[in-house]
Design a protein around this ligand. Structure first.
Ligand SMILES: NC(=O)c1ccc[n+]([C@@H]2O[C@H](COP(=O)([O-])OP(=O)(O)OC[C@H]3O[C@@H](n4cnc5c(N)ncnc54)[C@H](O)[C@@H]3O)[C@@H](O)[C@H]2O)c1
Length: 456
């Protein structure tokens, strides 16, 4: 018997999951993607068997091509296929607003649409990250109200989160254990059957709320660890030492895994999952005792501060050299938030540009951004080029915000000839300070003091 699967939301999560499932014998997958100015092209692109992502995604090109060619995967904008689906996976975005409250418009719209088509026996799996309590209190309520059916009696609802990351979309689905939080035994068995076909690691069964908490806490843990690294980076700058050298020394202990600092934390997940956790806590627990929750908001705020610090490092150079931040060309190197990917969501680069544009709005500054992976369609804040030489020509400041592989092993002599003023601000530990200074650049790095010091 063929298994019919619908995956709603053709993004970083939905595409790899849908196509991995479509590669399983007897699984037929329909991807549902709404049409909008920014996303309509994805439907045609996927139906031609083409990968819409620009970054390095091992295995994804061939997988999409194969499942489309084999007639196992198609994408549409209508919900008709939901009618006879055995499984419906929800993979839409779940951002937060400026007050750090979840914006569930997409999740609510999708749940309402599913409810109108829902038939008995269907298993719905929410893969989007949500505030703890959302599956039971938001999605279940909408599905039951709209369909007149009951969870765990007529249909099954599961929360099973994604762990993918741009650059590792396939590997992180197949090679990580999968947490399954269904509302009853049958829901868990159904989800286990599905994921068991693509996940090579253990399937870990728990309740819905525990699964939701696991996802939010897992990402808050990473955000807090990066914030700690960022704080230590700021501290080491003032000690006039190098945090990267210190992290290497610490991590010699096999039971220590200190994270690395940088120009900021970006992406769709780490920037909002800690806020989702706090929202769930405030909304669905009785205590609502915010005062004991300190580390998470402080960490978020520190990570959000790092793009400002990049600007401070630049201003430090101008102050020291008695130069004005005027009549200059600033080049942002790396627009995506993560190396070798095209994902620009909440990228620190955008905040660096916004801070500069705000502070120096009446000054004469040319901004140009360079990125080998990002499409102009996704980034409109400054002019964008993939031509490195064009970007750096006549530059006065080079701000390296993302550590794309193209930025390592640059010919510094050649680079120095191309720029007008040799200033490098390094947010990702791309360069060796002594080396770039020997080549005649003025250099500032997140996490390393700017003064020379004598080693013992
Ligand atoms: N990106 C990641 O690395 C990652 C990792 C783990 C978990 N997640 C979580 O997974 C979820 C999805 O993230 P993503 O990165 O894939 O987002 P995304 O923005 O790349 O994809 C979401 C897609 O859903 C589509 N969509 C929105 N509303 C729709 C509707 N009503 N009908 C049909 N399509 C609709 C959007 O147009 C978009 O293409 C989020 O909750 C996110 O937090 C993401």
């Amino acid at each position: 018997m063929p298994t019919k699967i619908v995956v709603i939301g053709m993004g970083y999560v939905g595409i790899p999951m849908a196509t991995l499932l479509a590669d399983v014998d007897d699984f037929y997958v329909t991807g549902i993607q709404r049409r909008s100015q920014r996303s309509s092209w994805k439907i045609d692109w996927l139906n031609k068997g083409k990968n819409p992502f620009e970054g390095d995604e091992p295995g994804l090109d061939e997988l999409i091509e194969r499942v489309v060619k084999n007639g196992k995967f198609k994408v549409t904008d209508n919900y008709n296929d939901v009618d006879d689906a055995d499984y419906i996976l929800i993979d839409v975005q779940t951002p937060v607003d400026e007050n750090r409250i979840p914006r569930y418009e997409s999740l609510i719209e999708v749940s309402q649409k599913i409810s109108k088509h829902l038939k008995k026996g269907t298993t719905i799996i929410l893969e989007s990250t949500v505030a703890p309590g959302t599956t039971d209190n938001v999605v279940q309520s909408i599905l039951e109200e709209g369909s007149g059916l009951k969870r765990s009696l007529d249909f099954y609802l599961v929360f099973s989160f994604e762990r993918v990351m741009p650059g590792k979309l396939i590997e992180y689905i197949t090679d990580f254990p999968r947490v399954i939080g269904g509302g009853c035994k049958i829901a868990n068995e159904n989800a286990s059957f599905l994921y068991g076909k693509v996940v090579k690691k253990e399937l870990q069964i728990t309740d819905t709320l525990t699964a939701e908490l696991t996802k939010c806490i897992e990402n808050a843990y990473r955000d807090v660890n990066i914030a700690f690294a960022n704080e230590m980076a700021l501290l080491c700058e003032d000690f006039n030492r190098n945090i990267y050298e210190i992290i290497e020394l610490i991590n010699q202990r096999h039971d220590r895994m200190m994270h690395y600092p940088g120009s900021g934390v970006g992406g769709h997940c780490l920037t909002k999952d800690p806020w989702l956790l706090l929202h769930g806590f405030n909304k669905y627990t009785e205590k609502k005792n915010e005062s004991k929750i300190k580390i998470i908001p402080n960490s978020r705020n520190l990570n959000d501060y790092m793009p400002y610090h990049m600007v401070e490092l630049m201003e430090d150079v101008f102050r020291e050299k008695h130069k004005l931040v005027d009549n200059i060309k600033i080049v942002l190197l790396g627009v995506s938030y993560k190396a070798n990917t095209d994902d620009v969501r909440n990228t620190p680069t955008e905040n660096i540009v916004k801070v500069l544009q705000n502070r120096y709005h009446s000054h004469n500054i040319i901004f140009i951004s360079h990125d080998p992976y990002v499409n102009e369609r996704d980034y409109r804040l400054t002019e964008l080029t993939s031509d490195f030489n064009e970007a750096v020509k006549g530059a006065d400041v080079l701000i390296f915000a993302t550590n794309h592989k193209e930025y390592y092993n640059l010919d510094l002599d050649d680079l120095k000839k191309k720029v007008r003023t040799p200033i490098i601000i390094d947010g990702r530990n791309i360069f060796d300070k002594n080396l770039v200074e020997e080549k005649g650049f003025i250099y500032r790095k997140v996490g390393e003091g700017s003064k020379r010091f004598k080693n013992l």
